[in-house]
Design a protein around this ligand. Structure first.
Ligand SMILES: N[C@@H](CCC(=O)N[C@@H](CS)C(=O)NCC(=O)O)C(=O)O
Length: 209
């Protein structure tokens, strides 16, 4: 069974899925979708994901979209233990994951940020836009997490799979993480795990993009 991940090396949503695949020990084939070139809006990709977004995971005879749905599918079918069994703990994990994936991430999506910068007639930069939304979003997340060794409950969860790529992205835009000691402790801990590091953008970057 070939598992194919349609992704873009720098996509944080794709990075979440790469980490989950690593925890599942699943070998996968990468199918690059060049977001800068607009491949995501091509007919072939829209047939896979009508939203014109990555990631898309082809697995178990299906193609799945939406990174959190994909991670939860892998968690349920491969018993990864990424979701706590207690409903309250599970709700807290989802709250942190959603704070990142549904609040910070969509505003900083390429199409949104590009539109804002282009319409701003030079008053906005890409970096300024990113910092405007990532920094306060992370300040809130800092208050929602335990602060070590993982986001919540002392074990790796969906929340960590969202936080780690988001911090990678924050560093790319030079967001100041100085006032976020709990997040820094969690990131230091997760950085020791190959599931988080071997799947990092620079390690899956295609030679041509
Ligand atoms: N909620 C979606 C978000 C997916 C998403 O926004 N992907 C970005 C890359 S991180 C994308 O494909 N952007 C293409 C575009 O904006 O045109 C998920 O979690 O899968």
């Amino acid at each position: 069974m070939t598992v194919t991940l349609h992704d873009y090396w720098r996509s944080t949503a794709s990075y979440r899925v790469r980490i989950a695949l690593a925890f599942a020990g699943i070998d996968w084939r990468g199918q690059g979708v060049d977001l800068l070139r607009g491949d995501q809006r091509g007919g072939g990709h829209l047939d896979l994901n009508p939203q014109g977004l990555v990631p898309v995971l082809e697995i178990d005879g299906a193609h799945l979209t939406q990174s959190l749905a994909i991670v939860e599918y892998l968690d349920e079918t491969r018993a990864l233990g990424l979701m706590p069994s207690d409903p309250l703990d599970r709700a807290r994990v989802r709250a942190v994951a959603y704070a990142i994936a549904m609040e910070i991430h969509p505003v900083c999506n390429l199409r949104v940020a590009r539109f804002a910068v282009e319409k701003s007639a030079g008053t906005l930069t890409m970096q300024g836009w990113m910092r405007e939304f990532i920094a306060p979003g992370l300040v809130a997340v800092e208050r929602m997490i335990d602060g070590g060794p993982t986001c919540l409950g002392g074990r790796v969860s969906l929340a960590d799979l969202c936080l780690f790529p988001q911090i990678y992205n924050a560093q790319r835009w030079d967001v100041d993480l100085g006032g976020l000691p709990k997040i820094q402790r969690v990131i230091a801990h997760l950085s020791q795990m190959p599931q988080f590091t071997q799947t990092a953008p620079e390690n899956v970057r295609p030679m041509t993009a």
